[in-house]
Design a protein around this ligand. Structure first.
Ligand code: HEM
Length: 405
């Protein structure tokens, strides 16, 4: 087996295990909401533990492993140099999990000192990101100038830019700066650039890496990425609460979203043309989910804000459509395309569970008419939160048992 495949497989196995833990944590939140036992933990802390583990140990190491795999094609000697920072991200991310679960962002008393361990470990995770970026820059020169490399470059730039927002939050907290607007802006700058920039560009890069047969474009390939990179940092005001959002900020976010939508639509058309020949319907489903995500994004850019602003359920639906529906399913499809002989039961269960979860989130999105809601809607939402854990456990079993043979 090639060494570069070995790296991806190892990281995939570890990340799947943490994906399962993060999914079970999300399920615990839903269980607690419908009155189930949450073991004395605060629901807000459970949600923090869920979202941070998803970010640190799922949507960061997996694309990094795909990126490392592409670098190892031309620089096999970089194996250890690339492996170490990815492992560091996973290790530190996992170390932060109990602190988020027990204390959220609050400091922990150790002797006479109050130490915000979750914030400190989040800072360390970002330093491990920088470590990966430095290694990437060192070996990037020897790779080709393919479309996927361009998107990997852009994704890592976005990861760096997003981290500036996270440092900003820390500075505001430790500097005792009393501004809700500034702290909200920094938080949502990080969240938006991380999800819409890093996660989306890396996912598109993986798609191009697996499908691009050096197709020629009728225009410069930079046009596929430039509107996204320019627009994403402008979109953060969409996340601000209604009391902080001014008309100017809203227009900036609309303009950013419009720009990003143009870039994504161009990519979607191109991706439809490239649609891989193996597992055609799986890839088509992923492109449909991508199209729905773009549709919602265009909606936010052009529809009156009273329809969607401040709808927490809609935000949760959008985030999961993007990060679970499009991004996570794409990782699964990528792994199963590269290892085509691996049994597909885990993949199919996962896709089914994701679609079910997304449908249940539509019911509580705030846009669905109450009179059309099914009976016991929160019970269905909880079942929706349970199914992905079963599917991920099945994939873990398949991958562990068959060892990618
Ligand atoms: C695997 C299946 C998943 C389940 C069962 C799940 C479940 C949940 C639940 C129950 C919440 C709280 C919703 C609320 O506040 O009403 C939540 C929030 C969240 N989840 Fe997930 N989730 C899953 C996958 C993911 C993935 C893959 C990501 C990112 C990579 C993610 C990121 C988030 C974030 C960032 C929030 C906080 C949203 C907010 O409050 O603004 N989740 N999830």
């Amino acid at each position: 087996m090639e060494k570069r495949d070995h790296l991806l497989q190892k990281i995939w196995l570890w990340s799947l295990a943490f994906f399962l833990l993060a999914a079970v944590t999300g399920l615990l939140y839903r269980w607690g909401l419908i009155g189930g036992d949450s073991f004395g933990l605060r629901l807000s802390n459970i949600r923090h533990a869920h979202s941070h583990l998803m970010f640190f140990n799922w949507v960061t190491p997996v694309p990094m492993a795909f990126i490392a795999r592409s670098l190892l094609k031309s620089s096999p000697e970089a194996y250890k140099a690339l492996f170490r920072p990815i492992y560091a991200v996973i290790l530190i991310g996992f170390a932060s999990y109990p602190f988020f679960l027990l204390y959220g962002y609050h400091p922990v008393q150790v002797g006479s000192a109050n130490l915000p361990f979750s914030v400190m470990l989040s800072g360390l995770v970002m330093i491990a990101w920088y470590w990966f970026m430095v290694v990437y820059l060192r070996y990037r020169k020897s790779t080709d100038d393919s479309l996927s490399s361009l998107f990997y470059d852009g994704a890592l730039v976005m990861l760096f830019v997003s981290s500036l927002g996270a440092w900003g939050v820390a500075v505001i907290q430790f500097g005792n700066i009393d501004s809700n607007l500034l702290s909200g802006a920094m938080t949502h700058f990080f969240l938006t650039v991380f999800t819409e920039g890093w996660c989306v560009l890396a996912a598109i890069g993986i798609f191009y890496e697996l499908t691009d047969k050096q197709t020629s474009l009728p225009f410069d390939k930079n046009w596929l990425i430039a509107p996204i990179v320019l627009g994403v940092p402008l979109m953060f005001p969409f996340g601000l609460s209604t009391d902080l959002l001014t008309d100017q900020l809203l227009w900036i976010a609309r303009a950013g979203s419009f720009l990003v939508s143009i870039g994504l639509i161009m990519n979607l058309f191109f991706m439809i043309r490239l649609n891989p020949s193996v597992m055609k319907w799986v890839w088509s489903l992923i492109l449909i989910l991508f199209g729905v995500k773009i549709g919602l994004q265009i909606g936010a850019a052009v529809l009156p804000s009273r329809i969607w602003l401040g709808e927490h359920g809609l935000r949760v639906l959008y985030l999961h459509l993007l990060l679970l529906g499009f991004v996570s399913s794409l990782y699964y499809a990528g792994i199963h395309t590269l290892h085509f002989r691996l049994p597909k039961i885990g993949l199919y269960l996962f896709l089914g569970s994701v679609l079910f979860l997304i449908v249940t989130l539509v019911f509580i999105s705030g846009l669905w008419p109450i009179q059309w809601q099914p009976e016991n809607v929160y019970l269905w939402v909880t079942v929706g939160a349970l199914l992905p854990s079963i599917a991920i456990a099945a994939e873990l079993g398949v991958v562990g048992y068959f060892k990618f043979k």
